[in-house]
Design a protein around this ligand. Structure first.
Ligand code: ADP
Length: 262
């Protein structure tokens, strides 16, 4: 029997990595977006599949909200973020009539769309496909993993904030990875301290080090601490390229270092 990987739209995709978090709002879409930008600046071709169906924020973070996806003979053509087509994006945000429309769907409909995204988007040649998932470990995660697994081995990047409540949820994510056979690429601790732009002193608003300690206990790599950085917030709000425009800002070194380990 012909292997799925020899014929599907994912046949020419190098690595697939899922970005997971236990909670919403910890910076999962931020990490997905900035990883894509950092990899692109390292000369890689990157696709982003946004399966956070109820909170698709990546189109805005990359300033392509309102664009439409087109159909071709072999499926959906993703939206290209830049002129040289080195970042492509597929998101439910492109299929909604209005950007503020809510997706009020039951599980089976969401799972069907995820399967369609995975089989029908014409990615072409990619070094990396980054999959931004919803928070938690839901039906949508199982659908995503089951639909992608026949194509390639999958890796997972887990994002947490330093607080104990967020760390507890990441333990559940680690269990999910173990049960579904996802290789854990590593844990990112986001919103890890705030560096004052005036005196450069770091204040640990949400404590610090929980992500690293969890990684050590779980025996998985720790990828780095990303501080709270107002220039990062601003770039994401305005859909600017943080990696290119703010190399001196406090979050830049951590994000660049994380991308190198992917
Ligand atoms: P999630 O995908 O986990 O729900 P987001 O990536 O959407 O979270 O991030 C939530 C908000 O926090 C966004 O508005 C984003 O701009 C901001 N944010 C995330 N990480 C940082 C950071 N390190 N510094 C500053 N703002 C951040």
């Amino acid at each position: 029997m012909e292997a799925v990987g020899e014929r599907g739209n994912l046949a020419r995709v190098g690595h697939i990595l899922l970005v997971l978090s236990g909670k919403g709002g910890v910076g999962k879409s931020t990490v997905s977006t900035e990883l894509a930008l950092a990899l692109r600046h390292a000369g890689k071709k990157v696709g982003i599949l946004d399966v956070d169906l109820c909170g698709p924020s990546i189109p805005q973070m990359l300033k392509v909200q309102g664009k439409g996806v087109h159909q071709c003979d072999s499926g959906w053509v993703p939206v290209f973020v830049d002129q040289d087509k080195s970042i492509s994006l597929m998101s439910i945000g492109f299929l909604l009539e209005k950007p503020d429309d809510a997706v009020v769907w039951r599980g089976p409909k969401k799972n069907a769309l995820i399967k369609q995204f995975i089989s029908d988007v014409t990615w072409g040649d990619l070094d990396f496909l980054i999959v931004d998932t919803p928070p938690g470990t839901s039906d949508e995660h199982i659908s995503t993993v089951e639909s992608l697994r026949p194509y390639k081995p999958l890796g997972a990047v887990l994002v947490t904030t330093p607080q104990a409540v967020s760390i507890g949820d990441v333990r559940r994510e680690l269990m999910f990875c173990k049960k579904t056979g996802l290789r854990v690429i590593g844990i990112v601790e986001n919103m890890s301290g705030f560096v004052c732009p005036h005196c450069l002193e770091c204040t640990n608003l949400f404590s610090k080090g929980g992500g690293e300690e969890l990684a050590r206990h779980a025996g998985v790599p720790f990828l780095g601490c990303v501080p709270l950085d107002p220039q990062l917030t601003q770039s994401l709000e305005e859909g600017r390229d943080f990696i290119q425009e703010f190399p001196k800002s406090s979050a830049f070194p951590a994000l660049a270092h994380i991308a190198q380990q992917i």
